[in-house]
Design a protein. Structure first.
Length: 645
C-alpha cells in the first residue's frame, strides 16, 4: 500500500522551556476569541447565567427608585401604607438579588470547572500523542507545571472572572440607565473621569501580564528542579555526591526569585487602582456641589430624593465599575497563562493515525524494513541509512553494534515510536503508518532497558497491560517471567506496592515484572531493548530464562549490548554509522572473521579477565543450536559473502 513519506522532525527549541517576550498586542483579540470558544459547549448554561445576571441587576437598581419615592412622597405626605410597601419592596429586592446571585455563582462555577476539566484533559491527551522525541528534550517538571500550575492559575478566570465580567457589565449598564433616568446632568458629571480610569486599568493589565508570564516560567523551573532532585534517583545522587546542601541552596535561590516576582505581581498597579478608588470616593461631594451649582445658576436642581437616590446609585456603581476594571486587569494577566497552555495544544503531532486506518485482528508477525532511513532533525546526519531487513514471523533478529550506531532507533521504528524519514516499515505487509494505533499496540510489545513501574501494587502494574486479566492469568504470566515465587514470599503478595519507579525491587526483579507485564499482553512481535545489560551474571541468567519464555513462538527483535545473549538468534545484523555492515548467524559471522567476530573476541576476553579463576569456555565455543532454520547469506559491508561449505 503506498504511503507518503512522513518526515520525523523535531523543533529546534522546546516551547516548554523557551523564554518568550510578551506577545504582540494584535494577537490578543484572536486569543480572546479562542478563550471564548472554550465556553461554547456550555452556552445554554451561560445563557441562564446571563438571565440571572440581568434579573439581579434590574432588581438591584429598583431600590434607589423606591428610596426616592420614600424621601419625596411617602415621608413628606406621611403616607404610612405607601411607606410600608416601599420599605418591603426594598427588602424584597435585596433578598431576590441575593438568591439570583447564589444561583448565578453555582452555575458559573460549574461551567468554569468543566472548562478547566476540558483544558486539563485536552493538554494531557495532546501530550499522549506527542512523539517520544518530545519527552526526551522536555523536563518532566515543565510538563507538570503546564498541567497543574498554568491551568490551575486560570481557575479564577474561568470559574468566576468570566461571570464577573458579564455580571459587572450588566450591573454598570443597568446602573447607568437608571442614573440617566434620574438626572442626565448628574450622570455626565459622574462620567467625566471614566476615560482616565480605563487608561489606568489597561496600563495595570499589561504590567501584570508581563509579570505573570515571568512568574509562571520561574514556577516551571522550580517544579522541574523539585521533580528531578526529590525523586528517588535524585535523592540518591545528591546524597552520594555530597551535593544535598548545594541543591538546597540552588532551590533557595530560585525560591527567592519567585518571592520577588510574587511581590511584584501583588503590588503591580496597586497605587494606580487605589487612586481610582480615592477619586471615585470623591465623586459624591462633587455631585452635591453640582446640584448646588445648578440651583445657583438658575437651573432646576434635582429633588432631595433624586439626589440621595442618585448618590446611592453612583456609590452602587463604584463596586461593579472597580470590579470591572480589576477584571480587565485579571484577564490581561491570565492571557499569559492561556498562551502557555495553548502552546502545548498547538504543538504539531508528527505521529498521527490515518482517517481510515487498517485494523489487524491478530498479526502473524512478519516485520520488514524496506529502504528505511531516519534522522531526528532534517539538518542532522542520518541516524539510519538504507536499512533493508526481513524478519519472518516467529523468527528472531539481533541488532548489535557500538553505542550510537542506531540500534535502539531501529527497534523503536517497529512500534512506531518514531516515523521513518524514508522508506517504510511493514507488519504482515501493511505499512505501520497505515495501522490503527490499537492494532499496532496489540501486535508489538516493547521491553526497554529502563523499566518503569507505577507507584501501585504488583497486580495493578501487571494489569496495566490488560485490565481485564484475571488473577490466574496474572500469576501465570509471573511464573513465565520467573518472578512468581519471589512475589509469593512477600507478606502482601501481588498487592505489594512497588514504590516510586519500583525502587522496592532489585533491577532483575523489576525487569522480570516488566516481562510478565508484556507476557500478559501477549504480543506476536516483541522488541527487546536489551534488558540484561546492567545486571549481574546470576540475575541476568534468571531474566534471560524469562526472556526465552516470552520469546517462544514470537517474532523477536533484540537490541543487544551483550553479544552473549544473541548467539542463538536466527539472524544477526551489525550496525555501524546507521548502516548494516554485517549480517548472518552467530556461527556464520564468527567464520567470516569480521567486525562481529572481533567484538565477540573482545567481550570474551573482558569476561575472562573479570571472571573468577577456573576453566571457562569461550562464548563462541559453546555448542550451537541444532533446531535453527537455515540462516541467511552472510554479508560484510553490505556485500554478500558466501560461506565455504
Amino acid at each position: 500500500m503506498p504511503h507518503p513519506e512522513t518526515p520525523a522532525t523535531e523543533p529546534a527549541t522546546d516551547p516548554a522551556t523557551e523564554d518568550r517576550d510578551e506577545p504582540d498586542e494584535p494577537r490578543q483579540p484572536a486569543e480572546i476569541r479562542r478563550i471564548l470558544r472554550l465556553f461554547r459547549p456550555y452556552r445554554g448554561r451561560l445563557a441562564l447565567v446571563g438571565l440571572l445576571v440581568g434579573a439581579s441587576s434590574l432588581v438591584a437598581v429598583a431600590s434607589p427608585f423606591l428610596l426616592r419615592e420614600i424621601i419625596d412622597v411617602a415621608l413628606p405626605e406621611r403616607r404610612t401604607g405607601l411607606l410600608t410597601l416601599l420599605a418591603l419592596g426594598m427588602v424584597a429586592a435585596t433578598l431576590t438579588s441575593s438568591v439570583f446571585g447564589v444561583l448565578q455563582t453555582l452555575i458559573s462555577t460549574t461551567v468554569g470547572q468543566r472548562v478547566m476539566h476540558d483544558l486539563r484533559t485536552g493538554v494531557y491527551a495532546k501530550l499522549q500523542r506527542m512523539p517520544l522525541a518530545f519527552f526526551t528534550r522536555t523536563r518532566t517538571g515543565e510538563v507538570q507545571s503546564r498541567i497543574a500550575g498554568d491551568i490551575g492559575g486560570m481557575q479564577a478566570t474561568v470559574t468566576s472572572t468570566a461571570t464577573s465580567l458579564v455580571s459587572n457589565v450588566t450591573a454598570v449598564t443597568a446602573t447607568l440607565v437608571a442614573m440617566l433616568a434620574l438626572d442626565w446632568r448628574l450622570t455626565l458629571v459622574s462620567l467625566t473621569l471614566l476615560p482616565f480610569f480605563v487608561w489606568i486599568a489597561r496600563r495595570v493589565g499589561r504590567e501584570r501580564k508581563r509579570i505573570t508570564a515571568t512568574r509562571q516560567r520561574q514556577m516551571a523551573r522550580m517544579a522541574a528542579m523539585v521533580t528531578e532532585s526529590l525523586s528517588v534517583s535524585g535523592i540518591l545522587l545528591g546524597r552520594t555526591m555530597g551535593r544535598a546542601e548545594t541543591l538546597t541552596e540552588r532551590f533557595s535561590d530560585e525560591s527567592e526569585k519567585l518571592v520577588a516576582l510574587e511581590v511584584r505581581a501583588s503590588m503591580a498597579g496597586r497605587w494606580r487602582m487605589a487612586t481610582i478608588g480615592m477619586i471615585m470616593g470623591a465623586i459624591p461631594p462633587l455631585l452635591y456641589w453640582s446640584a448646588g451649582a445648578l440651583a445657583h445658576l438658575g437651573g432646576a436642581p434635582p429633588s432631595i430624593g433624586t439626589l440621595v437616590a442618585f448618590v446611592g446609585l453612583q456609590q452602587g456603581l463604584l463596586r461593579p465599575a472597580t470590579s470591572l476594571l480589576s477584571t480587565g486587569v485579571d484577564i490581561q494577566a491570565s492571557l499569559a497563562l492561556f498562551q502557555r497552555v495553548f502552546e502545548y495544544l498547538d504543538l504539531p503531532v508528527d505521529i498521527t493515525e490515518r482517517p481510515d486506518p487498517v485494523r489487524l485482528e491478530r498479526a502473524r508477525g512478519e516485520v520488514v524494513l524496506d529502504r528505511v532511513s531516519f534522522r531526528y532533525d532534517p539538518a542532522a546526519p542520518a541516524t539510519l541509512s538504507d536499512i533493508n531487513l526481513t524478519v519472518p514471523a516467529g523468527s528472531s533478529l539481533a541488532v548489535v553494534g557500538a553505542t550510537g550506531a542506531g540500534k535502539s532507533t531501529l527497534g523503536y521504528l517497529v512500534p512506531r515510536l518514531y516515523d521513518v524519514t524514508e522508506g517504510r516499515v511493514t507488519l504482515d505487509g501493511v505499512d505501520v503508518r497505515d495501522l490503527d494505533f490499537d492494532s499496532l499496540a496489540r501486535a508489538v510489545g516493547v521491553v526497554s532497558q529502563e523499566t518503569y513501574l507505577f507507584h501501585a501494587s504488583i497486580a495493578d502494574n501487571l494489569r496495566f497491560a490488560r485490565p481485564e486479566a484475571t488473577q490466574r492469568e496474572i500469576e501465570e504470566a509471573a511464573r513465565a517471567a520467573q518472578i512468581h515465587d519471589h512475589i509469593a514470599t512477600l507478606p502482601e503478595g501481588y498487592e505489594t506496592v512497588v514504590g516510586e519507579r519500583g525502587y522496592r525491587f532489585s533491577g532483575g526483579e523489576k525487569q522480570r515484572l516488566a516481562l510478565a507485564r508484556t507476557i500478559l499482553r501477549d504480543p506476536p512481535v516483541l522488541v527487546l531493548d536489551e534488558a540484561t545489560s546492567a545486571l549481574d551474571t546470576r540475575t541476568e541468567h534468571a531474566v534471560q530464562r524469562a526472556v526465552d519464555a516470552l520469546a517462544a513462538g514470537r517474532t523477536v527483535i533484540t537490541i543487544a549490548h551483550r553479544l552473549s545473549t544473541v548467539r542463538d538468534a536466527d539472524q544477526i545484523v551489525l550496525l555501524d554509522g546507521g548502516r548494516i555492515v554485517e549480517r548472518g548467524t552467530h556461527e556464520e559471522l564468527l567464520a567470516l572473521g569480521g567486525r562481529y567476530a572481533a567484538l565477540v573476541d573482545r567481550e570474551t576476553a573482558n569476561a575472562e579477565h573479570t571472571a573468577p579463576s577456573g576453566p571457562r569456555r569461550a562464548e563462541h565455543d559453546r555448542p550451537a543450536r541444532t533446531d535453527r532454520p537455515a540462516g541467511p547469506t552472510v554479508e560484510r559491508d553490505a556485500s554478500p559473502v558466501e560461506l565455504a561449505p
